[in-house]
Design a protein. Structure first.
Length: 105
């Protein structure tokens, strides 16, 4: 069994949300890092709140993926991931419209 087999479900550990500017009409690029993401015939799906991410591309090293939210996410929208032949599983990643400022040392 390899680390990319279905016995190792994908796991998202962090995400970065980048709001597009010119001509994107509210699109948000979502960059997710984690482990066990596999590009395969059954595609990876992701949802942020109630909207599905589009244009999902899995990293070649299996350590994450990128996708696009076509509409601005809402504060509190949770990321869910899975493959098209199974359920989407909620992750611990939640979009925050105004993230807490990081402490300055």
């Amino acid at each position: 069994m390899t680390r990319t087999s279905p016995a190792y479900p994908p796991r998202a550990t962090e995400a970065r949300f980048v709001r597009a500017t010119e001509g994107a009409r509210g699109h948000t690029h979502v960059q997710v890092t984690g482990e066990h993401f596999v590009a395969r015939a059954v595609p990876l799906l992701a949802r942020l709140g109630r909207q599905r991410l589009v244009a999902i591309v899995v990293r070649a090293d299996g350590q994450g993926f990128t996708g696009i939210a076509e509409h601005a996410p809402r504060d509190g929208d949770r990321l869910a991931i899975g493959y098209a032949n199974g359920p989407l599983t909620p992750t611990d990643i939640v979009y925050r419209a105004h993230p807490d400022p990081r402490p300055v040392a």
